[in-house]
Design a protein around this ligand. Structure first.
Ligand code: SAM
Ligand code: SF4
Length: 331
């Protein structure tokens, strides 16, 4: 019983933000002084497991935990272990997460043990001072330790870097060589106008078409059909033997192949990252012990999945297109 939206897209990918909290304050993602949700509004890990299980029964094959920082949610490995039963049964094809890497040295082995095979680690620079500047609170050495531990545990890592004009654009070649040299793909992402931040986004926005043109002065990039189920378009890099991905929500609209929905830690379902329409799943979840109400609410929500987003970085108003922060839906 697959979930098919009004535009014929099959919804097989659920991203779950397990917390809106984080141990970093990346400048493009959060304001320094963030107000987080009161703990009482959060779904319990048991409730998240129940929700995910219903989605899996309804055809979700790939599940990604994100946040905020998923690995700072208390007892998170309980949820990972619970969800791993769906890998064992074959109902779920992939269980994965997106992390800032700060806690990976603690959890890498257990994640691998639960059947997690690949993870995304967000890393915007290899320079310790710049890392501290962009994350406000982060420590690069700790993240490097986490990456080492994850690779030692056999996890495949994809690095995600947000491309920021004047910050890391000149460093991307070095990051590419470093990542590919360690057997990791690198994906660069355009900044999206989500949530109030302290700075000006128009100053940071770097169209990836420009970045690609610059990279092509030193690298031979060949478009390849490689897909990981996400919106990245990949190129093979002749010089490194590795892959580079581009996620271009601003310059290229990839909505036509969108297969995903996003669940927040309070049980709100967002059918599109770039739109405000949502559905409350917490009320039907808590209204009865059976899953019928929940299943109906999910069907109703999927029936409202919009055709696409309309992000704009508007120089005149400098207001975010979507007021919620990325840490609410996890990207
Ligand atoms: N804390 C984890 C991490 O950083 O990987 C998971 C959540 S974080 C919100 C997920 C991804 O969204 C990260 O790769 C981050 O760089 C990216 N991100 C955050 N705010 C963004 C924005 N405004 N535009 C584009 N990407 C953003
Ligand atoms: Fe935290 Fe990730 Fe947002 Fe950085 S991008 S503040 S690590 S949630």
């Amino acid at each position: 019983m697959d979930m098919i939206d009004p535009f014929g897209r099959s919804i097989s990918y659920l991203r779950v933000s397990v917390t809106d909290r984080c141990d970093f304050r990346c400048t493009y993602c959060m304001a320094e002084d963030m107000a987080f949700l009161p703990k009482k509004d959060l779904l319990s890990l048991e409730e998240i497991d129940r929700l995910c299980t219903v989605f899996i029964e309804k055809g979700v094959k790939k599940l990604r935990l994100t946040g905020g920082e998923p690995l700072v949610r208390k007892n998170i490995m309980y949820l990972v272990r619970q969800l791993s039963r769906h890998l064992d049964s074959g109902a779920l094809e992939e269980l994965t997460l997106t992390t800032n890497g700060s806690q990976l040295s603690r959890f890498a082995r257990e994640l691998a043990d639960c059947g997690v095979k690949r993870i995304n680690v967000s890393l915007d620079t290899l320079d310790a001072d710049k890392f501290h500047a962009i994350t406000r609170w982060g420590n690069l050495a700790k993240v490097m330790e986490g990456i080492d531990a994850a690779q030692a545990a056999g996890l495949h890592i994809k690095l995600n870097a947000v491309a920021l004009k004047g910050f890391n654009d000149l460093e991307i070649p070095e990051m590419l060589r470093w990542a590919n040299g360690r057997g990791m793909d690198l994906t660069v992402i355009e900044t999206m106008p989500m949530g109030e931040i302290d700075g000006d986004r128009t100053d940071q926005y770097l169209p990836l078409s420009l970045l690609r043109a610059n990279l092509e002065r030193q690298f031979t990039l060949t478009d390849i059909p490689f897909k990981t189920g996400g919106p990245a378009r990949y190129v093979q890099v002749a010089e490194t033997g590795g892959r580079l991905g581009f996620i271009t929500p601003m310059t290229h609209n990839f909505c036509e192949s969108c297969n995903r929905v996003r669940l927040t830690c309070t049980g709100t379902l967002y059918m599109c990252l770039g739109q405000n329409d949502d559905a409350d799943l917490r009320a039907p979840l808590r209204a009865s012990e059976g899953n019928e109400l929940l299943s109906d609410a999910i069907d109703e929500a999927i029936g409202r999945k919009p055709k696409g987003h309309d992000f704009v970085i508007d120089r005149r108003t400098n207001r975010p297109s979507v007021s919620r922060h990325m840490s609410v839906t996890g990207g």
